[in-house]
Design a protein around this ligand. Structure first.
Ligand code: GLV
Ligand code: MG
Length: 364
């Protein structure tokens, strides 16, 4: 086993020093685009500054015949688009490489890192099964960074989309100082688990609980009577595991794709559940999902107002106070600080949101 100290020694001579803390950069929406699709690629420059992350997708949804065009398109976009990716980028540049069992992934890495390694903030790795997959990527990235003279390590994000990956979630999160976060991959995960849903993310009307039947005067259950049903969330367990594993390792959890683009209402519900449970962002598969994600993954004005009131009332942060008839103490202060700090990070990159938060008044 590697000594804990070795985690902060580069894995190749000349590679940049591993980070000690993952930067908390806002990433409410990770907007996927296919760099081999010229129409989509042409829109990328105008999207810079309107979304937290633009992700050039090389994996699923890109046809085998277009894999090389997608890789080359992403390199062109990375090299030519102003303010995209790297330390000075107003929008981060991520990619999703092909899976480790594909014939394309090695070429993805050896082409991307020398060409745009200084622009790529995060590499998303699909179908991660265990720590060994992250170790493999970690070592190759160090070698390629050293060779290319890259001075800032490229971070790694794993998609949770195999049953084995879910079983190994803690070791995946802890496998490298490069680990930036995890996303839920509900389509592949459903298939791998042999779940019986054909949807990409979201709920399912068959996954429900039903109110108990009423009884008649003789105490006989009326099972055919009308009863309330409550649809349950198929993804609650996995998202909860992701949130705990990420928090315990100082990295960030994300919802994944919501495939029913037309159903913006259910999409917003799923995103909000993920936000409330602890996720910091989600994927966007269509421009209209960017607006939903930006709204949902930014704390509300009411929450920030309440949080600031608690922070102001709690003084040195110890003891307890009563506000609007509710008890607040050291622990609820910490909850409020999570929201206040997130709002500060988002306000730093989103002037409209900053103006909204700045206008909050506390005196009533
Ligand atoms: C995403 O990649 C998924 O499989 O849901
Ligand atoms: Mg997938």
């Amino acid at each position: 086993m590697r000594s804990a100290k070795d985690f902060f020694v580069p894995l190749a001579v000349g590679a940049p020093a591993p980070v000690r803390e993952i930067p908390a950069r806002p990433s409410r929406a990770i907007h996927f685009f296919d760099p081999s699709n010229e129409k989509m690629a042409a829109k990328i420059p105008q999207m810079v500054g309107t979304v937290d992350v633009l992700l050039g997708n090389l994996e699923d949804a890109v046809k085998a015949d277009n894999k090389v065009a997608a890789r080359e398109g992403l390199i062109r976009i990375g090299q030519e688009t102003a303010n995209l990716g790297g330390d000075s980028g107003t929008t981060q540049l991520w990619t999703r490489i092909n899976s480790l069992d594909s014939p394309w992934v090695l070429d993805d890495l050896t082409a991307l890192v020398p060409a745009i390694g200084d622009k790529l903030d995060v590499i998303m790795v699909p179908k991660v099964q265990g720590a060994e997959d992250i170790h493999y990527i970690d070592r190759i990235l160090a070698q390629l960074e050293a060779k290319a003279g890259i001075t800032r390590p490229i971070l790694v994000h794993a998609i949770l989309e195999t049953a084995r990956g879910v079983n190994n979630i803690e070791e995946i999160c802890a496998a490298s100082p490069r680990m930036q976060g995890l996303s839920l991959g509900p389509a592949d995960l459903a298939a791998d688990r042999r779940m019986k849903t054909t949807r990409v993310g979201g709920g399912h009307p068959g996954y429900l609980v039903r109110q108990d039947p009423p009884k008649d005067a003789l105490g006989v259950s009326q099972i055919d009577a009308s009863r309330a049903i409550y649809q349950q969330d198929l993804w609650h367990y996995t998202i909860s595991r992701m949130v705990d594993a990420c928090a315990a390792n100082g990295i960030y959890p994300y919802y994944g794709p919501f495939g029913d683009i037309a159903d913006v209402v259910a999409c917003e519900d799923q995103f909000r559940n993920a936000f409330l449970l602890g996720c910091v962002g989600t994927w966007s598969l269509h421009p209209k999902q960017i607006a939903i994600a930006n709204r949902v993954f930014s704390p509300s004005v009411e929450d920030i107002r309440h949080a600031r009131l608690v922070v102001a009332a709690m003084g040195d942060g110890t003891g307890a106070v009563m506000l609007d008839g509710k008890m607040e103490d050291d622990a609820s202060l910490k909850q409020c600080l999570v929201l206040v700090r997130l709002a500060e990070q988002l306000a730093a990159i989103d002037p409209e949101l900053k103006a909204t938060y700045d206008a909050i008044e506390l005196d009533n």
